[in-house]
Design a protein around this ligand. Structure first.
Ligand SMILES: Cc1ncc(COP(=O)(O)O)c(C=O)c1O
Length: 387
């Protein structure tokens, strides 16, 4: 990889093929995939219907520009809106780009509608992307190091602390941006009622609520979108990761009266919502809804969590297991960053965040038998590591 920039500490394996929850390397070795491309391939690898939709579209047209009407965009936007909240959707290519779009929307909305803002409150431990504005929004100092000057207009508040939030809001603030469950931050689930309190607080103070559903969206938590557990609605929601089941596509959905502050020329993306990306997203959403994949995720997530909790009694070094659907964090007392590498020898793909949290985000179609296999392998790995 001499000619590729050295921005990842890559594991010594090249994955060349996948099917469902399994992937294969170039030498034919197989692995149970508990990473799913980091919460992306929610329907499993090479899903035949998504692959077929892509092949069919590839034979017709890859790309044509947003200078022209792209009928598939309307289908995907309708599916998002009908299954979340009444919204208008902008399409882009990644999570960071979706959050950038949301940040621009907040700023434009505040300038046009409100005396407040356009500052945005985000939270300690949050992750919103690697572009300059989303980096600035991210509540983790380590990712910002060396990139000053960062765009202004963000204030970080302690995650889970309603009083801290109340104290931080002044007339410079126009919105609150939060992940329903923090993923990169270590699978941190907010205290019960927290998101509802934030929603009410936003309503009282005329603030917009932006939900970053890049990781929690598309069935991951056992609902199509993470906020659906909370009985609230966002004003703006961002999506990416699972939306194309591996094909790059992101989206910003906003309440119609918020969305209307964007007009022709306010925002754009050459590739955003191109026919190929829309074919993938349309097939993915259709399957997700038709087959109630979020329901399946709820059930399997509970089963896997149960298995892990039983295993936990054998490991004094596991402090806590946090889970919502198939977004699971095994919080250990010590650094376990070497586990993903050791896991390769056991035929399983694992991911660690924040040094001490084993994050499990497998395809949502994982079977109970595969869950048992994962628990058995994780148990062995943690034992070998003395956890
Ligand atoms: C919650 C959240 N927001 C934004 C992003 C950034 O997405 P992308 O890497 O597609 O730019 C991520 C990526 O991990 C994420 O988890």
């Amino acid at each position: 990889m001499k000619h590729v920039m050295n921005t990842y500490s890559r594991l010594p394996v090249a994955l060349v093929r996948g099917s469902g929850c399994r992937v294969w390397d170039e030498k034919g070795g197989s692995y149970l995939d508990m990473v799913a491309g980091i919460a992306v391939c929610n329907l499993g690898h090479a899903h035949p219907r998504v692959a077929e939709a892509l092949k069919e579209q590839a034979d017709k047209m890859f790309h044509c520009s947003n200078l022209y009407r792209i009928p598939l965009q309307d289908d995907v936007a309708r599916m998002i809106s009908e299954n979340s909240f009444e919204s208008r959707v902008f399409f882009c290519n990644s999570g960071a780009e979706a959050n950038e779009g949301a940040i621009k929307l907040v700023r434009r909305y505040c300038h046009e509608h409100s005396r407040k803002g356009p500052g945005i409150i985000t939270f300690t431990g949050s992750f919103h992307g690697r572009t300059l504005a989303t980096l600035s929004a991210t509540g983790q100092e380590k990712v910002k190091k060396g990139f000053a000057p960062l765009p202004e207009g963000f204030k970080t508040v302690e995650f889970g602390d309603m009083d801290a939030l109340r104290g931080a809001v002044d007339d410079s603030i126009g919105a609150i941006m939060i992940e329903p469950v923090q993923g990169e931050g270590g699978v941190r689930i907010p205290p019960k009622g927290y998101l509802k309190n934030i929603r009410e607080f936003c309503d009282e103070h005329g603030l917009l609520l932006v939900l970053d559903e890049v990781q929690t969206g598309m069935g991951r938590t056992g609902e199509l979108f993470g906020y659906l557990h909370e009985g609230i609605q966002p004003d703006i929601m961002t999506l990416a990761k699972g939306l194309g089941n591996g094909f790059p596509v992101g989206a910003v959905a906003a309440r119609p009266d918020v969305a209307e502050v964007f007009g022709p020329g306010s925002h754009a993306s050459t590739f955003g919502g191109n026919p190929l990306a829309m074919a993938a997203a349309s097939a993915t959403l259709t399957i997700m809804i038709e087959q109630d994949i979020p329901g399946m995720c709820r059930e399997t997530g509970a089963y896997l969590t149960q298995g892990l909790k039983e295993m936990m009694s054998l490991h004094s070094g596991i402090r806590e297991i946090r889970s919502r659907g198939l977004m699971i964090g095994i919080q250990c007392d010590t650094d376990i960053s070497s586990i993903p590498r050791d896991a390769l020898e056991k035929g399983i793909l694992l991911n660690v965040v924040q040094g001490s949290v084993l994050r499990l985000v497998p395809p949502l179609i994982i079977t109970r038998r595969e869950c048992d296999e994962a628990v058995e392998k994780i148990d062995k790995l943690l034992k070998e590591k003395g956890v």
